[in-house]
Design a binder for this molecule. Structure first.
Ligand code: PEP
Ligand code: MN
Length: 334
């Protein structure tokens, strides 16, 4: 159930509806918009009787929600969510660039890449501290040491730090150092981790699971919003198919499909989405043309020496050239 308030409903009237929802033992999620406030109801076991609300002062209508998600929808919030970290934004109509290495390998490597991507216009720096690796013997990241390096990078280059938390204990640590918490594809349905991210004060970058439907992905975001955190960015990163020419099949149709349903920003990771250096720039260009709010791109100063995902890393100059191309495309479609 979604309670839509009239355009001129007062704060007291909104509070009255919130109180009525709470008294029923449910949870109220007021979402203030530019023209009106909508209040989502969650934690109700069955259908909620709309008559309980329709006659309350300030209420325009009570809408039964037929889809399993509520808070992420455009019905709930007609204005698009803008995720803000200081003066850096995702979802405000600009093109957000999140760039950096797959993993932080050393201070020198991370600083060289950060300096370069900042110069090419990235406002967000990505770097893995805790890496989910298929093999238990592969390089799994420098852990807290990597977080410390990235905290230095934030100060030195005025970049916002995005890094993955693999579990709840890791999230505790990541939120102390980073600006944005990444939930990886492998954890998209780790519901306790999603709930914990929903209780964090940090924005969350939610990757699509490698075999997740659009609905499952949106429901994963709903978990985060249901806990009170509406600063969520969705990230398409490719899904598994029979295709063998790329690591994953980048599902660019997901971009307009998400935007049709949800107010949340959606970005595209063209690196994990393709797995191959030569595919990254063409697919990044296509993602921007499809309406993505931003890109996540893996960049390395020495791709051939990278400890993880070297095959899909762009070199520093390749990244700079990609930025020129995607900016030009973004300007045309904006
Ligand atoms: C990553 O971005 O570092 C990563 C591991 O991506 P994904 O979760 O999409 O595989
Ligand atoms: Mn990677």
């Amino acid at each position: 159930m979604l309670i839509v308030m009239t355009a001129n409903a007062t704060d007291a009237e909104v509070a009255g509806v919130v109180r009525a929802i709470t008294e029923l033992g449910f949870r109220a999620h007021p979402m203030a918009g530019a023209t009106r406030t909508a209040i989502g109801i969650t934690e109700n076991a069955g259908a909620v009787d709309p008559a309980r609300f329709t006659n309350m002062p300030g209420v325009a209508e009570a809408i039964a929600v037929s889809k399993p998600y509520k808070l992420i929808t455009l019905e709930c919030r007609a204005e698009r969510t803008v995720v803000k970290i200081g003066d850096a934004t995702i979802g405000d109509g600009g093109l957000a660039l999140i760039a950096g290495p797959c993993a932080i390998e050393s201070r020198e490597q991370a600083f060289a890449i950060a300096e370069s991507v900042r110069r090419s216009g990235a406002r967000f720096f990505r770097g893995g501290a805790f890496k989910p690796r298929s093999s238990p013997y592969a390089f799994a990241g420098l852990g807290e040491e990597a977080l410390k390096i990235m905290a230095e990078i934030r100060e030195r280059f005025d970049l916002k730090i995005v890094t993955e938390a693999l579990d709840e204990a890791g999230l505790e640590l990541v939120e102390r150092y980073a600006d944005m918490i990444q939930i990886g594809a492998r954890n998209m349905q780790n519901f306790s981790l999603l709930r914990r991210a929903g209780r964090s004060g940090r924005p969350v970058l939610l990757k699509r699971g490698m075999a997740a439907t659009l609905e499952e992905w949106l429901l994963a975001a709903e978990y985060i919003l249901a806990e009170g955190n509406d600063q969520v960015v969705l990230c398409e990163r490719g899904v598994r198919t029979f295709s063998q020419h790329a690591r994953n099949t980048l599902d660019l149709a997901a971009v307009p499909a998400v935007r049709r349903i949800s107010h949340l920003p959606v970005i595209v990771d063209a690196s994990h989405g393709t797995g191959k250096n030569y595919l990254v720039t063409p697919l990044a260009r296509a993602a921007v043309a499809a309406g993505a709010d931003g890109l996540m791109i893996e960049v390395h100063n020495q791709p051939e020496r990278a400890l993880s995902d070297g095959a899909q890393a762009l070199g520093l100059e390749e990244y700079e050239q990609m930025v020129h191309a995607v900016r030009a495309i973004h300007e045309i479609i904006a």
